[in-house]
Design a protein around this ligand. Structure first.
Ligand SMILES: C[S@@+](CC[C@H](N)C(=O)[O-])C[C@H]1O[C@@H](n2cnc3c(N)ncnc32)[C@H](O)[C@@H]1O
Length: 390
């Protein structure tokens, strides 16, 4: 592909991503994969270059841009080589017209900016929310870490995480599956807040495809029981093969029916040492990986998510044994999803107490701890540990 054709491809992809964000369609990564699946003439360098253009444009636009061309024109304003690619050549974009609409530069949509400010995340900290994320991995317990690291040149230890390593971007770890899990340092840290130990019974109530389930199982050294639940069949179905690859035989999965979780879990009432609630959320802490997610969020969606979080948190309480704990996690920096959810839970559940998770990352926030990309170089998280009365 010519440089101009790559720009045109990025414009077409951005158009599709903008529509998908507005209408609840597929994620940017999925749309990019689909686009190239039908364009076999594009080589790996073309794909990488187009992808980088697309993500650079998304990162620059806080508000959804009017269209892909306006977003690329914003990028071209600071990049003369890119501007020169608007040359009207056969597969390239039309030349830039005088006075043509250019997308507005920004970090977050205005309404989310207000929510962030109210949650104590000042505008000075916003740029880090859409920075490129580093490549972090967790080396499994029981694996010869020195041997693994000898195959990972440039790996640096992540402070505060004994199994966490940061790798040079683009490092291929596919041959190390089972020994090494790709996992953001923040996800690793919040999993540690569970203080999972060998022999425990742990319910991972919103396990998804099991990223944190595997970290919990690793901490339990393969002894005890994890019941990994989710309402999403497709996500949960990816968990068992991952657990098998990690030789983790203590995980059972349980598909839940939304709104009828209590019946499906009644055999576990009062049985769990820990219920881990990695609740569905706006993902404002993960924009580094999914920057277009900030175009998807609406006040109504945030409201619905907050209602689901309260529902899931309330479902967790009866499952905890006396003296056991709920660990509540959201990858969001909005208090409506983190700090305030926990305050409401404590107001409505007599005898429960918040105990600050002992993490070497993050800063205390309300009854929990908050990790942020700017302060911790991790995805953004809120995590709280709530202990049941004895
Ligand atoms: C943040 S994701 C979990 C990510 C996962 N723990 C991991 O580490 O990869 C939240 C999950 O909650 C699930 N969920 C939504 N409503 C739920 C409910 N009522 N009960 C259980 N899980 C629910 C979603 O399907 C989603 O997989």
């Amino acid at each position: 592909m010519t440089p101009a054709a790559r720009i045109q491809a990025a414009i077409e992809l951005l158009d599709a991503i903008i529509v998908a964000a507005r209408e609840g369609g597929a994620a940017a990564d999925t749309l990019i994969a689909r686009y190239f699946a039908t364009r076999r003439y594009a080589g790996s360098k073309d794909r990488r270059a187009v992808r980088e253009l697309v993500y650079a444009a998304i990162r620059q636009c806080g508000e959804p841009p009017p269209n892909g061309r306006a977003a690329m024109l914003l990028l071209a304003q600071d990049d003369p080589a890119l501007a020169a690619g608007f040359d009207g050549s056969p597969h390239g974009p039309a030349p830039i017209a005088r006075g043509e609409a250019v997308a507005q530069k920004g970090v977050v949509p205005a309404w989310i900016g207000r929510e962030l400010e109210q949650s104590g995340v000042s505008s000075a900290a916003w740029a880090a929310l859409v920075d490129r994320a580093p490549l972090d991995v967790r080396i499994r317990r029981g694996v010869d870490a020195a041997e693994v690291l000898s195959t990972l040149p440039g790996a640096t230890p992540i402070p505060g995480l004994s199994q966490g390593w940061r790798l040079p971007s683009g490092t291929d770890v596919s041959s190390l599956a089972g020994a090494v899990e790709v996992q953001d340092a923040g996800s690793q840290a919040v999993s540690l807040a569970a203080m999972a130990q060998p022999g425990m019974t742990v319910i991972d109530l919103c396990a998804g495809a099991g990223g944190k389930t595997l970290a919990l199982g690793d901490a339990m050294d393969g002894s005890g029981r994890i019941i990994a639940c989710d309402v999403d069949r497709a996500r949960l179905s990816r968990l068992a093969p991952r657990a098998a690859k990690a030789a983790l035989g203590i995980v059972d999965t349980r598909l839940l029916d939304p709104g009828r979780e209590a019946a499906a879990l009644s055999d576990l009432d009062g049985a769990a040492d820990v219920v881990f609630v990695d609740a569905p959320c706006s993902g404002t802490g993960t924009w580094r990986r999914n920057p277009e997610a900030r175009w998807r969020l609406t006040p109504e969606r945030l409201h619905r998510l907050a209602a689901t979080q309260a529902h899931v948190l309330a479902r967790a309480a009866p499952l905890v044994r006396p003296g056991g704990a709920i660990v509540y996690v959201v990858c969001s920096l909005l208090d409506a999803e983190g700090k305030e959810q926990v305050e409401r839970f404590l107001d409505g559940h007599a005898g429960w107490q918040a105990v600050a998770p002992a993490l070497l990352l993050g800063v205390p926030h309300g009854a929990g701890v908050r990790l942020t990309p700017g302060h911790d170089q991790t995805d953004g998280f809120f995590v709280a540990r709530l202990t049941a009365p004895c």
